[in-house]
Ligand binder design. Structure first.
Ligand SMILES: [Zn+2]
Length: 458
């Protein structure tokens, strides 16, 4: 062998050894975790949900390399309780973080996310992860407990500008990370029906009325705006889904190129109504336009190109991440989605907002839904009192009240008893875990103003 050949072989060996060492180091160290939550994204307005408009081309392509959960449900129809369920792996009646009296002259009381519950960032920080939250939904504040477990918790105004900033900051954050890092990246464009000014429109109709003009003083949009508004609202909403898809696609591509050893979760906290049941926006009902949201997971331990048909819900995410990272198990009311039969196959959803309580049990046998009679203003609604029941044989359908299906009495009683059992055991768990701890605070004027701007206060 010539001296030159020997030198080349030596160089190749050194480079190969370095590459092995680098990739080995990347694979041996715990992965980063990137949790992307696009607020207010209903699955049937995405390619994953079979939407006829091409709103999520990037996500659809990326999803081919991850596992898609086709029949995923949020546990609540609005941000606060739903995100609390994602963060804790607990059902809304267990974490109890739902209601707020947005009238300071009455009580002004708001539910808190109690300290005694363990959040996903708390669990990961305990095991050595740095934890960062880039939050654009201003209702999820540290004052009501949503900063639990985050080393850094930045709340930014929910606008399209900030969605771009958040996407870019997330990628930069992971580049600067000195160890395994968990980033919660929360985007708001679909919630706000906003795309950046001057951006080319793909779906928007010509006569657009800004959503803010349609909800003077923050009043919730009701059916008085009729079908004309419905088309405009859908056009504006779809435009924001396409916009957020571009941001998310770019972010995920960047992160996966630079940090292949990253676990990525993409989901939403609830959907949106477009007049299907007499209202707009979200938080009023438990129909599927508000509960069915996308879920895609990529990364170490996650099958590529897999499509899961079984029903799953938000509380499954906490045990799923813990399980994929091989961390000690923690109590939750969900099931890990990998390494066994995915999903609990028993979905519980609840709404306690305004003056009304609703709950639903969704299984492969159907969807049973209860609406309680309204309570007076300023009173926290609960599950007491006789409710109105609806049953739908197809748990996945985007149903209408008039489409409700007949259910035989023994079967109804059996499912009602099960729903009651889940609710009761969850409330007992809540009492047990929050024993003696404050679970409510008082709303401030600044928080009221934010809620009004976001359409939660009439
Ligand atoms: Zn939300």
């Amino acid at each position: 062998m010539s001296r030159l050949n020997r030198i080349w072989i030596t160089i190749i060996c050194v480079v190969a050894a370095a590459l092995v060492a680098c990739s080995g180091q990347e694979e041996d160290s715990p992965p980063h975790v990137l949790f992307i939550l696009v607020d207010t994204l209903r699955v049937d307005h995405t390619g994953l949900g079979g939407y006829e408009r091409d709103t999520t081309p990037g996500l659809d392509t990326l999803a081919e390399e991850g596992t898609v959960f086709l029949n995923h449900f949020a546990n609540a129809p609005w941000t606060k309780p739903s995100v609390a369920s994602i963060l804790t792996g607990l059902l809304p009646p267990t974490h109890g973080c739902q209601w707020g009296d947005f009238n300071r002259a009455a009580s002004g009381k708001v539910d808190l996310l109690a300290e005694s519950f363990t959040t996903l960032p708390e669990a990961l920080r305990e095991q050595g992860w740095s934890t960062v939250c880039l939050m654009t939904n201003q209702t999820l504040t540290s004052r009501i407990g949503f900063d639990q477990g985050f080393d850094r918790f930045d709340v930014l105004p929910g606008t399209t500008t900030y969605d771009r900033v958040v996407a870019e900051a997330t990628a930069a954050l992971l580049d600067e990370a000195t160890g395994p890092t968990f980033v919660w990246c929360h985007m708001m464009s679909p919630h706000e029906y906003e795309t950046p000014p001057g951006r080319e429109r793909n779906f928007e109709s010509e006569h657009l009325t800004p959503i803010r003009a349609l909800q003077p003083n923050g009043a919730m949009i009701r059916d008085e705006y009729g079908m004309e508004y419905r088309e405009q609202a859908i056009d504006m909403y779809d435009e924001t889904v396409l916009y957020v898809d571009e941001l998310v696609t770019k972010l995920i591509k960047t992160v996966r190129e630079r940090h292949p050893n990253t676990l990525i979760v993409f989901t939403s906290d609830h959907g949106e109504e477009f007049g299907e049941h007499g209202g707009y926006l979200h938080s009023r009902t438990l129909y599927n336009e508000l509960l069915r949201v996308p879920l895609v997971i990529w990364g170490p331990g996650v099958a590529s190109g897999k499509r899961v048909e079984e029903m799953t819900h938000s509380v499954d995410l906490f045990p799923t991440v813990i399980n994929l990272l091989d961390l000690p198990e923690l109590p939750s009311q969900g099931e890990p989605l990998f390494g066994g039969d995915p999903g609990s196959q028993e979905i519980y959803a609840e709404k306690i907002a305004g003056t009304e309580a609703r709950r639903a049990l969704i299984t492969t046998e159907g969807k049973l839904m209860e609406t309680k009679p309204p309570v007076p203003d300023g009173v926290r609604p609960d599950m007491a009192g006789k409710g109105r029941w609806l049953h739908f044989a197809d748990p996945l359908a985007f149903e209408n009240p008039e489409d409700q299906d007949r259910i035989l009495k023994p079967e109804f009683l059996r499912r009602r008893a099960r729903l009651q059992e889940i609710w009761k055991s969850s409330r007992e768990l809540h009492e047990l875990r929050t024993d003696g701890e404050a679970t409510q605070g008082t709303i401030t004027d600044e928080e009221l103003e934010v809620l009004r701007k976001l359409g939660y206060v009439e």
